[in-house]
Design a protein around this ligand. Structure first.
Ligand code: 5RP
Length: 230
């Protein structure tokens, strides 16, 4: 099974959690997009959902495929969010933000009664941190914020390169108009402590550690699909 097939398997299994009439948070990334494609087929067959997209990219795909959308202001309480992840540990702590949508993803997941994460088995890790941690920051005072992040991580015994994310035409800008620092700290033994330390920095808008947010992980691998519950 190749990587795309695994993503489709995870997305298909997650579709089982979706009930007719649900208000759905819809994630961002290649795995979430497989979910959108399958959801669109169900919608075309008469299934009713209202989706709140976590990025402009996801919104475009949903509109193209006919998945009905609302804003989070129109639907401030959601039944379920389905989203991908860059890393998942056994306690369902996540690293997200590889696709640059972590702020909206966290806001939407937080507004949801349940969050189901979909991923292929390469995303399952014993300890978070192999994937560089995305940290969304305000462009104002970027240098000061980067230094503050470095110092906060250092106090927790973490160090490594912190890179300003680039896109094809310059600095990557999120849907919210912010920048992303990708922090290669290596393994993060205390994700809760790092989360708290980053939240204390005024220039940090949000970070990609999702702790106590995911309820279920649907992990597809060569041997089949595994469902892990929090
Ligand atoms: C976007 C995300 C994505 O969910 C994450 O990057 C996983 O993406 P993919 O399914 O393409 O591997 O957090 O901000």
């Amino acid at each position: 099974m190749d990587a795309r097939e695994m993503k489709i398997k995870a997305a298909a299994a997650a579709l089982e959690f979706v009930e007719d009439g649900m208000r759905l948070g819809i994630g961002t990334g290649s795995t979430a997009e497989e979910f959108v494609r399958l959801l669109a087929e169900k919608v075309a067959g008469g299934f009713k959902v209202e989706g709140v997209p976590t990025s402009e990219r996801t919104a475009r795909l949903c509109l193209e495929l006919g998945v009905p959308l609302k804003s989070l202001d129109e639907l401030p309480e959601l039944d379920l969010t389905i989203d991908g992840a860059d890393e998942v540990d056994s306690a369902l702590r996540l690293v997200k933000g590889g696709g640059g949508a972590l702020l909206r993803e966290k806001i939407v997941a937080w507004a949801s009664t349940r969050m189901v994460v979909i991923a292929d088995e390469t995303k399952l890790v014993p300890t978070l941190g192999k994937f560089p941690l995305p940290i969304e920051v305000n462009p104002f005072g970027l240098g000061a914020t980067r230094l503050a992040v470095e110092k906060a991580a250092g106090r927790l015994g973490l160090a490594g390169e912190i890179r300003l994310r680039q896109s094809g035409d310059g600095v990557f800008v999120t849907d919210g108009g912010h920048y992303i620092l990708d922090a290669s700290f290596g393994l993060i033994p205390d994700a809760e402590a790092l989360s708290g330390a980053l939240h204390a920095i005024p220039g940090v808008v949000e970070h990609g550690l999702f702790i106590d947010i995911a309820d279920v992980a649907v992990i597809a691998g060569t041997a089949g699909v595994r469902v892990i519950e929090a």
